[in-house]
Ligand binder design. Sequence first.
Ligand SMILES: Cc1cc2nc3c(=O)[nH]c(=O)nc-3n(C[C@H](O)[C@H](O)[C@H](O)COP(=O)(O)O)c2cc1C
Length: 211
Amino acid sequence: MAPFLIMLLLMGSAEKEILLPLPKHKGQVSVEEAIKNRKSVRSFKKEPLSIEEISQLLWAAQGITHTLRGFSFRAAPSAGALYPLEVYTVLKQGIYHYIPSGHKLVLVKEGDFRKKLANAGLSQSAIHSAPLDIVITAIYARTMIKYGERGTRYVHIEAGHVAENLQLQAVALGLGSVPIGAFYDEKVKNVIGCTNEEVPLYIIPIGKPRE
Ligand SMILES: Cc1cc2nc3c(=O)[nH]c(=O)nc-3n(C[C@H](O)[C@H](O)[C@H](O)COP(=O)(O)O)c2cc1C
């Protein structure tokens, strides 16, 4: 990682755009071990995650894995490859929107919003204590334009795919996570500063398990 970026992260200042390091395509933990060891973790050490860990998690969620005839496909399957989901990272430094093309983060808001996000999530302490909260939102219209009402079902199924990828990748990195569905949609939208057409579906706190 560039020394300048390390310095900014240590100082707690938020960069406007962060080009993430390339993800690894090989790890030390088998898929079977990751499935066996996944469990909901709700208590985390304060330690921030490295930019490499954040990069790897985002890649597992929505990173581009292959291209065909100029079209990019992502780590999780999507009905009609319409990709209705958006991913946000809520970090101590600020809230960032993940952009799969270019594998980068774009700053939405500077500052620590984890407590506010926890308040929007029925005060669940996992959200407040985790060094990283991933928020998955959906733009239903992207899928419904092709599949009509059934598209709603597809979008929810896809959020499950993304969440499971994230959770298994977290285990493979020695991290813990919990998928959270209990929160006030409007409050979460206000906290993360997403567009009005987006609906939050999941909050996934991730960090080193406290044990
Ligand atoms: C759709 C969904 C919503 C969930 N919402 C919450 C939540 O709001 N808070 C929480 O602590 N756990 C939540 N969980 C996690 C479950 O409580 C957990 O998966 C379950 O107890 C099984 O335990 P395990 O994940 O360790 O296997 C949710 C899980 C799913 C699939």
